[in-house]
Design a protein around this ligand. Structure first.
Ligand SMILES: O=c1ccn([C@@H]2O[C@H](COP(=O)(O)OP(=O)(O)O[C@H]3O[C@H](CO)[C@@H](O)[C@H](O)[C@H]3O)[C@@H](O)[C@H]2O)c(=O)[nH]1
Ligand SMILES: [Mn+2]
Length: 664
């Protein structure tokens, strides 16, 4: 355990939650995240929770107001009984808490029941309000009047204090503040990065905590000690050793997600170089680093303030005197006077305005960086580029748990955005290579960044490799040695070693063989579909022909009832991702049928295709099994006829071109 008891007073932490769409991100999810943060084991007067709502949704606001009322029961209950998981949607279904805790008295049982009922009521109220708002029959009471006449992409800034811990009680309930930044059609808003920058500025005015925790709306605090744990790293080392502390992204609805493997076998290695990448959620940043400070800005003058450095930075932060003053405090490590949140509201609206960043360096040198759909990796890279290190916090139980996309389509959209965003970084002037050559990014960290940011490039060779066996079978040629030739042994050994090696990684961390297989198949599908589109999108953006938008991932509601029933079934729609996937499959099927029926072209100069080509083709079919099943299913679990027709046309084109190229 760490030595936080040596610290006289715990520092304040501002906690940020971002949400952007009350349909794709049901408010009850955000509410659970907020409740879990408000209930962490940390003095309540040192915490403030800020929720950014890019959806400008009265429903979200209403849900948070209701949540703040429930928090008055929930937070004391959690602290009194040392509840482990402080997101009610996870806590209440787990009946074992009632039976296993022997010393839990009759009193506990009564309270448990009462609070469970209250949570049910809260969920129901939010659901009812959602139905009304869907029918545009939402009662805009006085409090909600600010939302009238607003459009999602066109509205003034709304900053509202939902709950204020007025008496500064350490065992009270932390402040809860709602922010919907100004949006105007002509002003770019930079998606999540823009939202994070507004959160940074508004919180700078209101509480100005030296540390900022940020989580996505679907990522609840799963370990009530997490803020303490992160502080051990942030306060326990020299500043320059830790610009931010990142908890690995883990998922409550998909514990065997392939990201887990990356954390285990790549992430932990990176920790030993300059520290983990910033992953967008479950991370605590130092405010002054976000304001653009370099590790050596105050190195030589321990305790002394180098005014020139700071003045230079302050110039970049926009033109609100109040905000600059607060940023000055933050950069100098002074806490400033604790303020009453309601006193800062006017300026808060100003810094949440869409024009505030004009002429400043937000998004370029300070704050969350603009220019990539994976703003997290870019922002972390820029911090590492300045020479900072980062810390890794992976307590048991895990600090945060999020929600992985549960449908194939949602995963494909997310992966497309990631691959585009990562390539945007590769193609930008801030890429890791130039960061190593011209700034302070260590060479091994550079390689680690390159390892992930070139993901999207992989789609093209993979598509070629998938096409190759089919091409060979159709044209009766070969790209692999014959079965009886000794050369085949080399390939066979490589194939077996690769698969055994990846399988052993799964087994080492206690995952099943089945999860290995599912992830192998998903990796092939995602690479050939999402990453291809991601790559094309990044190229179009590079050529100035397209803009990259942040398509939000669909999050499932917290009821989880329907989830099990349909688990494992893949749903399809007319999305182009499925056209590519179905085409890859059909091409193999056509090739295999051609081979079986002996319709191949007569062998030319070569030896004709053999068993190895057939094996490769069958392997692709097996990887694309979800599509094969989809061909025969009806309704949403079947591939739509229009998609099959498009894919059939593309496959015919492939066969035609293969024969044509072969003839030439
Ligand atoms: O215009 C926007 C778009 C998104 N978000 C928020 O951004 C977060 C992440 O969005 P999500 O759709 O869940 O994307 P994911 O791909 O699941 O997110 C991962 O990837 C993102 C980009 O790399 C990171 O920002 C996230 O932290 C990381 O969890 C959510 O809280 C959204 O509400 C906004 O606030 N404004
Ligand atoms: Mn997400």
């Amino acid at each position: 355990m760490c030595k936080l008891n040596r610290v006289k007073e715990l520092p304040a932490v501002d906690m940020f939650v971002t949400t952007a769409d009350p349909v794709l991100e049901p408010p009850i999810i955000t509410v659970n995240t907020v409740l879990s943060l408000m209930a962490v084991d940390y003095p309540a007067n040192k915490l403030a929770c800020y929720v950014s709502d890019d959806g400008c949704s009265p429903l979200n606001y209403y849900a948070l107001v209701e949540a703040s009322k429930f928090a008055k029961l929930w937070v004391p209950f959690c602290k009194k009984y040392s509840v482990q998981v402080r997101a009610p949607f996870k806590y209440f279904p787990d009946k074992s808490v009632l039976s296993s805790e022997i010393d839990h008295s009759w009193e506990f049982q009564q309270e448990w029941k009462k609070i469970k009922e209250e949570y049910k009521l809260l969920s129901r109220n939010i659901e009812d309000a959602a139905k009304k708002s869907a029918a545009l029959d939402f009662d805009l009471s006085d409090e909600l009047a600010v939302f009238s006449d607003t459009e999602r992409q066109n509205h003034p800034a709304i900053v509202k204090i939902i709950w204020e811990n007025n008496d500064g009680l350490s065992d009270g309930i932390p402040h809860l503040i709602y922010i919907s930044r100004e949006k105007r059609p002509k002003h770019p808003h930079y998606y999540k990065a823009g939202a994070m920058n507004v959160l940074t500025r508004v919180s700078g005015l209101v509480t100005n905590a030296p540390f900022m925790l940020n989580v996505d709306c679907d990522m609840f605090a799963n370990n009530p000690q997490i803020v303490h744990q992160a502080m051990c790293l942030l306060l326990g080392s020299k500043e320059k050793d830790c610009a931010f502390v990142q908890c690995p992204q883990l998922f409550h609805n998909n514990p065997t997600h392939s990201l887990e493997l990356i954390h285990e076998f790549v992430g932990k290695g990176i920790v030993g170089i300059q520290g983990p990448f910033y992953q967008g959620s479950g991370c605590i940043h130092r405010r002054k680093v976000i304001y653009g400070l370099w590790p050596n800005d105050n190195e030589d003058h321990e305790g002394q303030v180098d005014d020139d450095d700071y003045d230079e930075l302050l110039k970049q932060l926009g033109n609100s005197n109040e905000f600059i003053k607060s940023a000055g405090h933050a950069l100098r490590g002074e806490t400033g006077l604790p303020r009453n949140p309601s006193n800062s509201l006017d300026v808060a609206h100003q810094v949440a305005g869409s024009a505030y960043e004009n002429g400043s360096s937000w998004g370029e040198k300070v704050g969350w960086m603009y220019g990539s759909a994976t703003e997290d990796i870019l922002t972390g890279l820029m911090i590492h580029t300045r020479g900072w290190r980062s810390g890794y916090c992976n307590p048991n139980p895990p600090g945060f748990l999020g929600c992985a996309p549960s449908s194939l389509l949602a995963a494909m959209i997310q992966q497309k955005r990631w691959s585009t965003g990562l390539l945007e970084i590769l193609f930008s002037k801030n890429n890791p290579i130039s960061a190593t050559l011209t700034a302070n990014l260590q060479i091994r960290t550079c390689i680690a960044y390159l390892y992930i940011i070139i993901w999207g490039l992989r789609s093209i060779p993979e598509l070629c490799y998938a096409a190759l066996p089919a091409y060979c079978i159709i044209t009766n040629t070969n790209f692999l040695p014959k079965f009886q030739e000794p050369g085949i042994l080399i390939l066979f050994v490589l194939f077996v070693i690769y698969n055994l090696y990846t399988l052993s990684e799964y087994i080492q961390i206690g995952f099943s063989i089945h999860s290995w297989w599912i992830n192998q198949s998903m990796a092939r599908i995602i690479t050939m579909t999402s990453w291809t589109f991601g790559f094309l999108h990044a190229v179009l953006k590079l050529l100035g022909l397209s803009e990259v938008a942040f398509e939000i991932t669909q999050k499932d509601g917290n009821d989880g009832d329907n989830a099990d029933e349909n688990a494992g079934k893949v749903t399809f729609d007319e999305s182009p991702f499925f056209v590519v996937g179905t085409t890859v499959l059909l091409v193999q099927l056509v090739a295999l049928a051609t081979g079986l029926l002996g319709l191949q072209s007569p062998p030319g100069g070569g030896q004709g295709s053999g068993l190895c080509e057939v094996f490769c083709s069958v392997l692709v079919v097996v990887w694309f099994c979800p599509f094969l099943v989809g061909l025969f299913r009806k309704g949403k679990y079947g591939i739509p006829l229009s998609t099959i027709c498009k894919s059939a046309a593309l496959s015919s084109l492939f066969v035609y071109l293969s024969k044509k190229i072969y003839m030439v």
